[in-house]
Design a protein around this ligand. Structure first.
Ligand SMILES: Cc1ncc(C[n+]2csc(CCOP(=O)(O)OP(=O)(O)O)c2C)c(N)n1
Ligand SMILES: [Mg+2]
Length: 679
């Protein structure tokens, strides 16, 4: 069924600077019409919600139209970048798509742009640089920065628009992002939509010193302004200047837009926390009557009455259309978690420079050099990865060889920088991000595990990213520099993970992760960086690292492990073969997600005995998943209960004597297996 015909007035999705002066009637009618569509749409959505026809949360933009509409009309939709928030319904309409497409999102029906996998306003149009918001306020700013930078690197004079409320302005992401944008000189317009409340929390319980949030800009070396954003003329004049300046100077700006919130926080909000008379005050500032009066003065009442009637009929026709769309189909949900595999890149079948006697750190360095040399879209970021070459010297020499736009230090702001990496990668670049220690990735949990990991599932857009994570203990680094975080992250869907145990696998893993269209965690055990020296070679089968490898044959038991524990396990298997004539089959998993246990299953069904060994903690550890999957599938073949060998359920202790007790060692592994053999 075709969508209802869109009124002709909505063919105009842009106004140009000066239009308001040069053709005021046409411009004011255009602005008013879009405002009215947003207002009627928001109101109608609220009604539908109250009738039980929509679910989730309905957070309307009633009261911000005089700002969001001029902004979206003035933006260059062919190159600019945006991520609208919970108040951005009007902006979405202008950025693209038919009104019904946006409404389908709210109905979460079979034609929903997110395939009904996300509700209400959590949609976007990544191909047209509108990034779908996640609920976590502030978290979309980093991606806006990244995609704007990506556009600029492709030579497009783009501006990015990032929104947050007076409440959201307290999040760390807002501050990290403003600092990062200033540092990288990115033309991002930060907009605080200040409606004086964050849900029920008034400004004076959100910010210690008054309400002049725009003044924070000065601290980041950027221009900040505040405006009364309930009057379209003020908004247009201000935004013309702001956008032109950001575009011309490639600098961020902060705009505090004073708006009103006319329908409470969300559909369910009782608003009983408002002060007496406050709602009446808000209503006095309703931007719609003001905008309508201006449009009437410029184009005549008859014209505006006709516009109103046409929009009302259109909205109703669209509601009728959407109500008839079938409910969504769950088929394909699981297949859509990851972006599909792409063809291998046409890598040169060579490795530049020395390839003999390399440590794992050097092998990773060779892989990074290869990627930077052969893939112009690649970018390497991280703390101290520039001149210094990274805490573990993995990026040594890269800045010198490839220069600053490709390789650069980022500030101590893991969340914004990881969000930035996501935006860059969605824009057409591919970022390899080094976390100084894997432990600090917890600072970017929202960006990694919620924003990037769910991107393909909810929007259909690929998020090709490599997160390099120097992990693991045994080096007396203590609780916050030694952790194994695979179970922590892999409890969340949408992430892939590789964990190499030797230089060749590490080299291959970086290439394989890089060319994957999904966020990939690359765990690099710090204890392996300089453990031994090996030769590496160009390996056309580098993608095999996505599967486990059998390192040693045996028929007594099957031992699964990964990372540094592979080295311990090899010695342990040698011991049991030599001392007990009990050959254990040793499998290096290499890839932790997606988990491929076919080889392990085949082995277990031959040996009948399963040992899982890892350095991560035991409770909720990765071994629990492996044991349970293999037991479920191969229970009749088991001759003994599976054995799990893992670290203690403690924070990683500091002193060597304590850490030695905490994690598995060759001796404790032998002890555990010997005891298990006796039972
Ligand atoms: C990081 C985070 N914490 C809590 C919430 C729950 N929450 C959703 S909207 C909201 C209030 C937001 O207020 P503000 O930023 O002023 O935006 P407004 O809704 O007023 O436009 C809260 C607390 C959230 N979405 N994100
Ligand atoms: Mg607010």
């Amino acid at each position: 069924m075709p969508f209802p015909k869109t009124p002709a007035i909505f063919e105009t999705r842009s106004i140009r600077p000066g239009d308001l002066q040069q053709k005021p009637a046409e411009t004011l009618v255009t602005i008013y019409a879009w405002m009215q569509l947003a207002r009627l749409g928001d109101n109608r959505i609220l009604e539908l919600f109250r009738q039980g026809l929509l679910r989730g949360t309905v957070t309307g933009g009633q009261g911000n139209e005089a700002f969001i509409i001029p902004l979206a009309l003035l933006a260059d939709k062919a190159i600019d970048v945006v991520s609208f928030t919970q108040r951005g319904f009007g902006g979405h309409q202008i950025w693209g798509g038919h009104f019904c497409e946006h409404l389908n999102q709210y109905f979460a029906n079979a034609e929903s742009p997110t395939k009904a996998r996300e509700g209400n306003i959590h949609h976007g149009d990544p191909k047209n640089r509108s990034l779908p918001m996640i609920s976590h306020l502030g978290a979309m700013l980093g991606p806006v920065l990244g995609m704007t930078d990506s556009q600029r690197r492709f030579g497009r004079e783009a501006v990015g628009f990032g929104f947050f409320g007076d409440g959201g302005s307290s999040t760390g992401d807002v501050h990290e992002s403003m600092n990062l944008a200033s540092l990288l000189s990115l033309p991002v317009v930060f907009v605080i939509e200040n409606n004086r409340y964050a849900y029920s929390t008034p400004l004076d319980e959100q910010h210690a010193r008054g309400t002049e949030l725009w003044k924070r800009a000065a601290a980041y070396g950027i221009e900040g302004i505040a405006i009364d954003a309930t009057d379209v003329e003020v908004s247009v004049r201000t935004l013309e200047r702001v956008i032109a300046k950001a575009r011309r100077e490639s600098r961020p700006m902060l705009v505090e837009a004073h708006i009103v919130r006319l329908r409470g926080h969300a559909a369910y909000d009782t608003c009983d926390y408002l002060k007496p008379g406050e709602n009446e005050e808000f209503l006095k500032d309703d931007p719609m009557p003001k905008a309508r009066a201006r449009a009437v003065a410029a184009a005549g009442a008859a014209r505006i009455d006709a516009v109103d009637a046409e929009i009302a009929a259109f909205v109703e026709a669209c509601v009728t259309y959407c109500l008839a769309v079938p409910r969504p189909n769950p088929a394909g949900m699981e297949a859509d978690l990851f972006a599909p595999a792409e063809a291998p890149y046409p890598w040169k079948p060579t490795i530049e420079g020395v390839t003999e006697n390399l440590t794992m750190a050097q092998a990773l360095n060779r892989a990074l050099r290869k990627i930077l040399a052969e893939r112009p879209e690649s970018v390497v970021i991280g703390q101290d990865i520039g001149l210094y070459g990274g805490a573990f010297k993995v990026t040594e020499g890269l800045l010198k060889e490839f220069g600053r736009p490709r390789v650069f230090n980022v500030p101590l702001a893991e969340s914004a920088c990881t969000g930035y990496a996501l935006g860059m990668s969605m824009g057409g670049h591919r970022v390899i991000e080094e976390f100084q220690f894997a432990d600090f990735a917890t600072e970017a949990t929202t960006q990694i595990a919620l924003n990037a990991a769910t991107m393909h599932f909810r929007s259909g857009a690929a998020a090709p990213l490599v997160y390099r994570l120097p992990c693991g203990g045994g080096l007396t680094f203590g609780s916050f520099h030694s952790q194994e975080l695979e179970s922590f992250f892999l409890a969340m869907p949408g992430l892939k993970a590789l964990y190499p145990s030797n230089p060749q696998d590490a080299f291959n893993a970086l290439l394989a992760a890089y060319e994957d269209g999904n966020p990939v965690l690359l765990f690099e055990h710090k204890g392996l960086y300089r453990r031994a020296r090996h030769s590496i070679a160009w390996d056309p089968a580098y993608r095999d690292v996505w599967k486990p490898t059998v390192l040693r044959r045996g028929d007594y038991a099957t031992l699964l492990t990964y990372g540094e524990m592979v080295l311990f396990a090899a010695e342990v298997c040698e011991y049991f073969a030599a001392e007990y004539e009990r050959p254990i089959e040793l499998i290096d998993l290499r890839c932790l997600a997606p988990l491929d246990l076919a080889a392990a299953k085949a082995s277990l069904e031959r040996t009948g005995r399963l040992i899982v060994l890892h350095e991560g903690r035991r409770t909720h550890g990765f071994g629990a998943e492996i044991v349970s999957r293999l037991t479920e599938g191969s229970f009749p073949f088991l001759k003994a209960a599976p054995l799990r060998i893992a670290s203690l359920d403690l924070p990683v202790p500091f002193a060597p004597e304590l850490e030695h007790e905490f994690r598995p060692t060759k001796e404790t592994i032998i002890e555990a297996i010997s005891k298990w053999m006796e039972t």
